[in-house]
Design a protein around this ligand. Sequence first.
Ligand SMILES: Cc1cc2nc3c(=O)[nH]c(=O)nc-3n(C[C@H](O)[C@H](O)[C@H](O)COP(=O)(O)OP(=O)(O)OC[C@H]3O[C@@H](n4cnc5c(N)ncnc54)[C@H](O)[C@@H]3O)c2cc1C
Length: 500
Amino acid sequence: MSTDVIVVGAGPVGLLLAAELRLAGAAPMVLERLASPSGRRKARGVGPLAFEALQRRGLGERLAAHQPQLSAEKTKDHGSAKGHFAWIHKIEPSWQEEPDRRGALIWQPDLEAVLAEYAASLDVPVYREHTVVAIVQDDQGVTATVRTPAGEQQVRAACLVGCDGGRSTVRGLCGFGFPGTPPLMTARQARVEINGAERLPPSGRTPTGMLLHGPGVIGTFDFADGSEDRHGPLTREELQTSVRRVTGIDVTITRLSDALRFTDNARQAATYRQGRILLAGDAAHVHSPNGGQGLGLGLLDAANLGWKLAAHVRGEAPAGLLDSYPAERHPVAAAVLHNTRAQSALMRPGPHTDALRDIVSDLMDIREVNQYFGRMLSGLSTRYAFPYLPADAHPLNGRHCPDLRITVTTDGRRRTARLSDFTRAGRAVLLAPADSPALTAAAGWRDRLEVVEGTTVDEHGLSGVLVRPDGAVAWATASSSPADADPLRTALRTWFGPSS
Ligand SMILES: Cc1cc2nc3c(=O)[nH]c(=O)nc-3n(C[C@H](O)[C@H](O)[C@H](O)COP(=O)(O)OP(=O)(O)OC[C@H]3O[C@@H](n4cnc5c(N)ncnc54)[C@H](O)[C@@H]3O)c2cc1C
């Protein structure tokens, strides 16, 4: 078998990456170890940037349909409708600088089903029970050895991307370094039937960790445990033991489902690219789920990499395009690891941490501080440093573009639309008024652009914006001066090559 790109892993990141590759004109093939999706209810949602990335491909409504039920469920489980930092639930949605940019609540298996359907609609081949066990790269391509029910096969491709999760085989086989910090705690959670729950203290901190429980659910953050096997499935006995360690109280769990064990191990691949092999998602970075950031991070890796890798394998990529993937995405994940480590430090048991938590909690009552935490956990502070931009460039440059409301004029008729109405095909979008010098400047790139003649309704005083396929703003201006056409041309050349 041969293809342009082998994507290892049909988790959410692998599925989105394969779809993005396909949209951008490459031929991907997804190889997945499992016979069917695991159904593990890990993530309960994604942040605003990942939601917008999926909305750009027309999947927003599918995600939003899950919101009402999960919103009520999450509020019940967390005891608060506010966001949290280190389980200090004080992040006030209505206080945030861009309160309309919200994430979506959806259980990970439901999101994976949406993405699998989306990939199938683009004819992306997904081979299940195909486990990658060896990888060799040479000057011409990559050969993966794959274990299948019919025996071992070799698959050949120009490039291979490991989207195979936190214990990535690709990362291990190809010798990517994975430095970081070992866990401070082990967390366990499950839906349960339980005897003795009435004897437990209320949810909250204990001398050895944290207990969370409500009708039919229980979870522990266990800082006193460093010994047990973290590879096998979580059992009733192990959860009971952890509840005892965290609270000093014996309960009997009679039924257990949706059981998960995880840690705050925080590690990141030293590089995301070795020649023809790349990493994305949990294969590239692992950290505690506090703040609900990992899946969103991985989906944005996929969005960032897809169009660049497609251009690379098609031989159309300008110099440095593929290397801009690690250059842009590595620092973003490093910042997430940093904030999850801070959260773990703030969750350590003991009176010193109690005192620090009180101070952080008080600080979060200050609006600007609250916004600082909100910006950090939502990812909305992400800004790529594009070297061609002048120091006084419009503040939207390098950020992910919100789903702008725009007025478009087609055949002399004005109508209101959204940016996401023009992004389904996965191309870059240039939005500018009909008489703008930007449209003339971009004439030589029209074959690679969706050109939208229109104006933004209410956002950022924009008169023109170039949005890359991954949503990053490559050029934005508030003026309509012909001088702005030069940075626009530079942006177009940087991302899409010379004009035709
Ligand atoms: C309890 C918990 C709660 C979380 N909550 C959130 C949240 O609210 N929001 C959020 O954004 N993130 C959250 N996360 C993080 C999120 O679940 C992960 O970041 C996400 O699963 C990463 O997706 P992925 O596709 O990179 O990897 P995975 O989902 O791990 O998928 C990897 C796939 O690769 C396959 N595979 C592995 N090895 C091979 C091989 N050799 N050959 C072929 N296939 C292989 C696996 O079978 C699997 O299907 C949470 C995590 C946990 C544990």
